[in-house]
Design a protein around this ligand. Structure first.
Ligand code: FAS
Ligand code: PHB
Length: 393
């Protein structure tokens, strides 16, 4: 394949942010080339998010990538919070008139990859040693190696969609950037198993032994998580030990319905939050995990990538259609306003639901009071509901 030497927007990273941006720009007639470090198979092998906000669904509909999501996705009108041996349902539809769709990030990525291939969009996989050049000039460019050959891609703009370990954020000088970070003293051990979910909706469980989450990917495939120590290793956890610990944290009804099966995927993710400000430097724009990470408790990571890309695509389209830089100049502040609200919600859900190893008696009482107040107040429930289904763009 002859690689392009010039494009309008160079996108670094073919995760949900990069792929969705590519399709939104293509729909507007703007040329973009995506450079991805890994192979398509590797990208699809990563098991990540599972809950899709209405805003994200709308963007996927805009680019014609929501047909399978609507066919196979599960509409969830609420979740359940479990603590003190009892479960409490939070009815989003009744509280805020909206719901979410449970559909794996892997499937969203697959749908976007297929759409990009169908429309002839260029994605260069296994692009190594990506380096961004002259990002503050009017003629930025990217160099990279692929199949042992060196390449250069000239462009007008660069979208850094390369996740938390990518090259884009590191291309912004430290004295220009502010990073706000919180690391949590625990991680999530997750398994994927081809057994029916224990409940029709997600169960978020607060327990003195630690947090647990019963999620799913379909009516026949479950996604189960337990809070684990930061120094835990996947090899420390046999399936039997995982299920034993999960059952200790769930209510009796859930335990009775749990069907144990061999895990088909098992991984540990540390919980942390960070936000890099600003999300723009010259002609470089950060979107998704490249700019921010949230603990998965609020199911916001994937959905924040989508809202960033909504703002960024709108700004770039305005530039090319109207020769206006207003949207571009406002991008960082606009995106960060929504990012911080999701960071707050993810912090609140994480603080309320997890067992903090060194928490004082006072902190444990406050956590239990937070839960009691939540389930006893329609106002508190409505606040959780409007954040969970997704705040407006
Ligand atoms: P991604 O990290 O998905 O994509 C970035 C892409 O850039 C990758 O394909 C990477 O290979 C590529 N890349 C990296 N460096 C590069 C370079 N130098 N050159 C070119 N390409 C490069 N969110 C939830 O909402 N719920 C969850 O349950 C959840 N679980 C998660 C579990 C794990 C282990 C992780 C790491 C994240 C999880 N997340 C979850 C968050 C996750 O879903 C992200 O928010 C989402 O993937 C963000 O998408 P992107 O911004 O596209 O970044
Ligand atoms: C998942 O299904 O992977 C999932 C769902 C909800 C969360 C986190 C992860 O808050």
């Amino acid at each position: 394949m002859t690689l392009p030497k010039r494009t309008q927007v160079a996108i670094i990273g073919a995760g949900p942010a990069g792929l969705l941006l590519g399709q939104l720009l293509h729909k507007a007639g703007i040329d973009a080339v995506i450079l991805e470090l890994r192979s398509a198979e590797y990208v699809l092998g990563r098991i990540r998010a599972g809950v899709v906000e209405t805003g994200t669904v709308g963007l996927l509909e805009q680019v014609g990538c929501a047909e399978r999501l609507h066919r196979e996705g599960l509409v969830h009108e609420g979740i359940e919070i479990s603590f003190g041996g009892a479960r409490h349902r939070i009815n989003f539809q009744q509280l805020v008139g909206r719901s979410v769709i449970v559909y794996g990030q892997t499937e969203i990525t697959r749908d976007l990859m297929e759409a990009r291939a169908d429309c002839g969009g260029t994605t260069i996989y296994e692009a190594e040693d990506v380096v961004l050049h002259d990002v503050t000039s009017t003629r930025p460019y990217v160099t990279f190696r692929q199949a042992g050959m060196a390449h250069r891609l000239d462009c007008d703009f660069i979208a850094g969609c390369d996740g938390s370990h990518g090259v884009s954020r590191k291309s912004i000088p430290a004295d220009v950037q502010q990073v706000f970070e919180r690391t949590y003293p625990f991680g999530w051990l997750g398994i994927l198993v081809d057994k029916p979910p224990v409940s029709e909706e997600l169960i978020y469980a607060n327990h003195e032994r630690g947090f647990a989450l019963c999620s799913m990917r379909s009516h026949t495939r479950s996604r189960l998580y337990i809070q684990c120590a930061l120094d835990d290793k996947v090899e420390d956890w046999s399936d039997a030990r995982f299920y034993d610990e999960l059952c200790r944290r769930l209510d009796a009804t859930a335990v009775a319905r749990l069907e144990q099966g061999a895990s088909i995927e098992k991984s540990i993710a540390p919980l942390r939050s960070f936000v890099a400000e600003p999300m723009r430097y010259g002609q470089l724009f950060l979107a998704g995990d490249a700019a921010h990470i949230v603990p998965p408790t609020g199911a916001k990571g994937l959905n924040l990538a989508a809202s960033d890309v909504h703002y960024l695509s709108r700004a770039l389209i305005e530039f090319y259609d109207e020769k206006s830089r207003a949207g571009i100049d406002a991008y960082s502040a606009t995106a960060l306003a929504r990012v911080w609200k999701a960071v707050r919600f993810s912090w609140w859900m994480t603080s309320m639901l997890h067992h903090f190893p060194n928490s004082s008696g006072f902190e444990q009482r406050i956590q239990r009071t937070e839960l009691d107040y939540l389930v006893g107040s329609e106002h508190a429930l409505r606040s959780l509901a409007e954040n969970y289904v997704g705040l407006p763009y």
